[in-house]
Design a binder for this molecule. Structure first.
Ligand SMILES: NC(=O)c1ccc[n+]([C@@H]2O[C@H](COP(=O)([O-])OP(=O)(O)OC[C@H]3O[C@@H](n4cnc5c(N)ncnc54)[C@H](O)[C@@H]3O)[C@@H](O)[C@H]2O)c1
Ligand SMILES: O=C(O)[C@H](O)COP(=O)(O)O
Length: 575
């Protein structure tokens, strides 16, 4: 469709020379009022994917919600586009990497609809507890069914939350206000922040699920949360339990949920989000929407007047700034370093980001995660040695660490962290970072060395830069030497003959190719005190085996590796 094919009422009067903004979804007029005096705004009532592709080249800004798919194809055709603005949080419908490659800034509103999402969760909680929609439906059909629709009180019941971030924490506070006992599982949350909201943190799902009268998930949809609740997990819950989803379709397995409702494993569900929106006609999601034990809404979590005002003003003011040549406040793909610092700091920014991400993923295996506080609420020491100790502006390095620590646990992949907002994001998660410049290091083998340590434990990672390449030289109590890139399997094992054969056999069986292997021995003088229990006699023989692999390393592979004789612990890390 050419631009002229849009109906006249879809477009505001135009001044040809003004930059053009395309808004294919319903966005609150409050923010648009900031833009309309300066720009030509087009709001087509419906726009197909091919229409979008055809007209995008003439636009300078694109403002969207969750329905418009901004693909790599659209972005490479968008010759004049400076910004894609998401009036909301999730950017799962935008190819952010393609935007970055095309020099297009992606902005969002990280907090504008948090209250709305939390309140919608409570609305679904009360609706499923008290059969509100069923009562309403029955009355409309001329019924007066009282005994059939007896509900349960939520006061005194246990509300279990998975994901104690911005929305989860608000839901927790509201639950406490309703007289509920609130427990939560979030390995990366701050224990202090949880305690301040009267939430008891538990370490594992298996501890959380059997206690839940109501279960609600508020995590992003990422590799570790896809199908987080499926048949096995549902079977450990009370058969009176009811579950809620105002996060993203896919955190509950929809087929498993349907089966659990049909066979009485659990009692009900309140659902706002689905794996495909709207649900495909013959899908499990479509059956869930029609199920008598389900209350369903069409992704209304953020649909309040107030939230839409907030997100609209948030993103429209950023569009205004960007089209006038300024810097936005919430860029999802903002660079960590300014061009003038790029050559000197870029390898270290990359190294420290990878060290942070390695930390979060390596230490989050069940064996090592404590009840909360794996990342959130933790104090870290970031120690610069050698030439790096002389650098005074370490803001990009600090930001790189915050980005690395949070990248594997957020739906933006940490891309929204920049040098301006990194201290704020760290504060929100209760992360404290002490930077130390140690220029007096003796016997340093590398020109510069960076060490990341979590205080109060043995968790430590060191790394260095050589040319343009980055390396990890220490992981835990082990001297290592490997490149922190791609998919890595880190095996903590007894250094005994036959290990490589066994591990290779398992990987080969699953079609996983090994690209490199590195063995890390205990550092000189390292004792055997460790988070993982080791055999006293074999303790001196511990080692780490680090495998760089190609192929999908699923949970089954991890389980098989974990069962292998002499393997103490396994972590799969994607860097
Ligand atoms: N339905 C709606 O309209 C609507 C509105 C707003 C937000 N959302 C969605 O709600 C979700 C939460 O948003 P938010 O702003 O609170 O995000 P957030 O990033 O502030 O919080 C997410 C939390 O999940 C935790 N987490 C990550 N991986 C985990 C895991 N494997 N196990 C347990 N916890 C884990 C993180 O530590 C973090 O505390 C997002 O998916 C967002 O897109 C939906
Ligand atoms: O990611 C979000 O902000 C929410 O899921 C809301 O999406 P929406 O703007 O399409 O309502």
């Amino acid at each position: 469709m050419a631009p002229s094919a849009m109906s006249p009422e879809d477009s505001s009067p135009s001044t040809p020379s003004r930059p053009k903004i395309l808004i294919p979804e319903k966005v609150s007029p409050d923010g648009l009022a900031l833009l309309s005096p300066h720009f030509e705004i087009h709001q087509p009532k419906s726009l197909s994917a091919s229409d979008l592709l055809a007209i995008i080249p003439s636009y300078h800004a694109l403002i969207i919600r969750s329905e418009t798919k901004v693909t790599a194809e659209v972005l490479s055709a968008a010759k004049n586009l400076k910004v894609v603005a998401r009036a909301g949080v999730g950017v799962d419908n935008v190819d952010v990497d393609a935007a970055t490659q095309n020099g297009i800034i992606v902005v969002n509103s990280p907090s504008g609809n948090i209250v709305a999402a939390a309140e919608h969760t409570i609305a679904l909680l009360m609706a499923v507890a008290r059969n509100v929609p069923a009562g309403d439906r029955s009355l409309r059909n001329g019924g007066w069914e009282r005994s059939k629709l007896v509900g349960t009180e939520v006061g005194g019941k246990t509300l279990a939350i998975i994901g104690l971030g911005k929305v989860g924490l608000k839901v927790a506070r509201m639950g406490v206000g309703l007289g509920m006992k609130v427990i939560a599982m979030d390995p990366y949350a701050s224990p202090e922040i949880a305690a301040s909201a009267s939430v008891s943190l538990v370490g594992t799902l298996s501890e959380l699920l059997p206690k839940a009268d109501f279960l609600t998930i508020h995590t992003p949809l990422i590799a570790s949360t896809l199908d987080m609740i499926s048949t096995a997990e549902l079977s450990t819950m009370k058969n009176t339990a009811k579950i809620l989803n105002v996060a993203r379709g896919g955190v509950y397995n929809e087929s498993a949920l349907l089966e659990a409702l049909n066979n009485g494993t659990i009692a009900g569900a309140g659902l706002d989000v689905f794996t495909s929106e709207p649900p495909l006609p013959d899908s499990a999601a479509a059956s869930l929407c029609r199920h008598p034990k389900v209350v369903a809404t069409p992704h209304l979590g953020a649909s309040t007047v107030e939230a839409q005002e907030n997100v609209s003003i948030d993103v429209c003011s950023q569009v205004l700034t960007i089209l006038r040549g300024g810097l936005p406040t919430s860029a999802v793909n903002a660079p960590l370093i300014l061009p003038e610092e790029y050559r000197k700091l870029q390898p270290f920014v990359r190294l420290i980001e990878k060290m942070g991400s390695l930390y979060t993923q390596h230490y989050s295996t069940k064996q090592k995660a404590e009840a909360g506080g794996l990342v959130g609420g933790k104090t870290f020491d970031l120690i610069y040695e050698g030439e790096l100790a002389g650098i005074s502006n370490t803001r990009p390095l600090f930001a790189a660490l915050v980005k690395g620590l949070t990248s594997s646990i957020s739906d933006s992949g940490g891309r929204d962290v920049n040098i301006v907002n990194a201290p704020l994001i760290a504060r929100q998660k209760g992360i404290r970072i002490n930077e130390t410049h140690n220029s007096a290091s003796q016997d340093l083998v590398y020109a510069s060395l960076v060490t990341l340590k979590a205080s109060g434990g043995e968790q430590a990672i060191s790394g260095y830069v050589s040319g343009k390449s980055i390396y990890i030289s220490r992981l835990d109590r082990f001297s290592a030497n490997f490149v922190p890139e791609g998919t890595l399997i880190v095996l903590h094992n007894y250094d005994e003959p036959g290990k490589i054969g066994g591990v290779g056999g398992i990987l080969g069986k699953h079609g996983i190719n090994v690209k490199f292997m590195s063995v890390a021995a205990l550092e000189n003088g390292s004792g055997t005190g460790t988070a993982t229990p080791v055999d006293e006699e074999r303790g001196e023989n511990e080692a780490l085996m680090i495998l760089g692999v190609k192929g999908v390393v699923g949970k089954e592979v991890e389980r098989e590796l974990q069962m292998e004789e002499g393997i103490l612990d396994v972590s799969v890390v994607r860097l």
